[in-house]
Every structure is written in structure tokens, then in C-alpha cells.
Design a protein around this ligand. Structure first.
Ligand code: FES
Length: 258
């Protein structure tokens, strides 16, 4: 009788060892490139407060909300007062954990592929145990949603010329919508609204929570898509407003002063 040979699991065979024959490395390579470009840009942008980031009704979402009074006295980029919340929310996001766990720490780089030592031990050890604070960053992120929508509505109102509309107005609306979808599709929010219940139909309160949980679950199915779309669009919006504010391009709009 033929002897079946034992095959060691990939992580025992060494980094990138695998029986897979597909191009498994393409996805982690693309994710690594995208994370570097988009998070790298946002980090640089937060420090570029000397390069104009607002004009007329437009304020870059990287600097939203505008902390009036603090901006003129703050000796460092005011974005740093704000960004710790959204940055912490993304860094601890369940999807981004998977993305950078595979593409940056290569632990493992893909399913059934040998990982880079030290091995991944989940969120049980420092520093990854800090990722468990994600639910608290969710509370912070939920505060930002109405603030972003206020900024988007303000994008239709020039302080000097009043109500109008421009391309930047639409970009701010799309940006707020994508960030809302990203936040409302969060796994922690899904648990917050529907978790800890033994019976969904036992009371009006439970049935209401079940309904909200169903909505969040539907959004949650596309959480990865919203994570990328909102990241790409906040960068695009920041770049666009800065190019307009610094006179490199002209925004098509109904106002006359810019
Ligand atoms: S799991 Fe991604 S934002 Fe909460």
C-alpha cells in the first residue's frame, strides 16, 4: 500500500514556501504599494500646513473640522490635532489589519504561504494587542461623520459670495459619503448595534436593533471596498483643493472670486 507522505505546513518550510502555483504575491505587492502611497501622502499632507489647504468654501478634509482660534496659535500643523482619531480608526480596522499583516509584516503574505518570522500570534502580544482599542476609535470616528457633512455643506457656501456650487463641492460630498459608508460598515459597529442579544424578536427594542444590524451587515459585506474608496478619495479631495487653493488649477464653479 502506498505510504502517504506528511507535508509540513508552509510556515515550517520557510518564508514564501508554498505549493500554490498561482500569482499569490500580486495582491500583497499591490496592497503594499497602495498603502505606502496613500498613507504616506496623508502623513506628509498633515505636515504641509504652509501649503494652502483651503479656499473660499472649500477646506481640505484632512484639516476638517476647522478649529477656529486654535489654527492661528497652534505651533504645529493643526491636522495633527485631528488626525489621530481617523488614523487610529484605520490602523486598528479589521480589514487594514489583514491588509498590512499580509503585505507589510508578511505574516503570512497569503493563504498557505510560508510567513516571515516572527510568527503572527494574533492580538495577544504587544504591540498588536493595542489593536483591540478599535471599538473606542469607532466612537471617535462617529463624531467625525457629522463634522465631515457640515464641511461638505459648507462647500456650497462661499463666505463672501454666498451659496453656489463647484466641482470641489461635489468632491467634498462624495468624500463625506464614502467615509460614512466606511464607518457605518465597520465590524465593531455591527457588534455594537446587534451584539449581545440572545433573541432578535423578543421586544420592540431587540427588533429595532435587529433591523439596524441588518443594514450594517449589508454595508459590512463591502467594507473592504469602502475602506479603499474612502482612502483614495480623501487623498484626491485634499490634492484637488490644494491645487485650486495654490492657483495651479481652476475650479469650475458659480462664484467669481476664484
Ligand atoms: S472594522 Fe474596519 S473600520 Fe471597523
Amino acid at each position: 500500500m502506498a505510504q502517504r507522505q506528511a507535508v509540513a505546513p508552509p510556515h515550517r518550510l520557510g518564508f514564501a514556501a508554498t505549493l500554490r502555483r498561482d500569482t499569490w504575491w500580486v495582491e500583497p505587492a499591490l496592497v503594499l504599494a497602495a498603502l505606502t502611497v496613500f498613507f504616506g501622502y496623508l502623513t506628509v499632507s498633515a505636515f504641509l500646513d504652509n501649503w494652502a489647504f483651503e479656499i473660499g468654501p472649500y477646506l481640505s478634509p484632512v484639516f476638517e473640522p476647522k478649529l477656529h482660534g486654535v489654527y492661528s496659535q497652534w505651533w504645529f500643523s493643526p491636522a495633527l490635532l485631528i488626525l489621530w482619531g481617523p488614523a487610529g480608526f484605520r490602523l486598528t480596522c479589521y480589514y487594514y489589519r489583514l491588509a498590512y499583516g499580509r503585505s507589510v509584516f508578511m505574516s503570512p503574505p497569503a493563504c498557505a504561504v510560508g510567513d516571515l518570522p516572527p510568527r503572527y500570534y494574533g492580538e495577544t502580544r504587544f504591540p498588536f494587542i493595542l489593536q483591540n482599542v478599535h471599538r473606542y476609535f469607532l466612537y471617535v470616528a462617529l463624531v467625525f461623520i457629522p463634522l465631515l457633512w457640515i464641511g461638505a455643506i459648507r462647500g456650497f457656501h462661499d463666505p463672501d459670495e454666498g451659496w453656489g456650487v463647484g466641482l470641489g463641492s461635489f468632491m467634498l460630498v462624495i468624500n463625506a459619503a464614502l467615509l460614512s459608508l466606511y464607518t457605518f460598515s465597520c465590524h465593531s459597529l455591527r457588534h455594537l448595534v446587534g451584539g449581545g442579544l440572545d433573541c432578535f424578536s423578543c421586544s420592540l427594542y431587540n427588533r429595532t436593533r435587529h433591523r439596524i444590524w441588518s443594514w450594517v451587515s449589508r454595508l459590512n459585506a463591502n467594507h473592504r471596498l469602502y475602506a479603499w474608496a474612502s482612502l483614495v478619495f480623501i487623498v484626491a479631495t485634499d490634492v484637488y483643493i490644494r491645487l485650486v487653493a495654490n492657483g495651479h488649477i481652476t475650479d469650475p464653479n458659480t462664484w467669481s472670486r476664484f
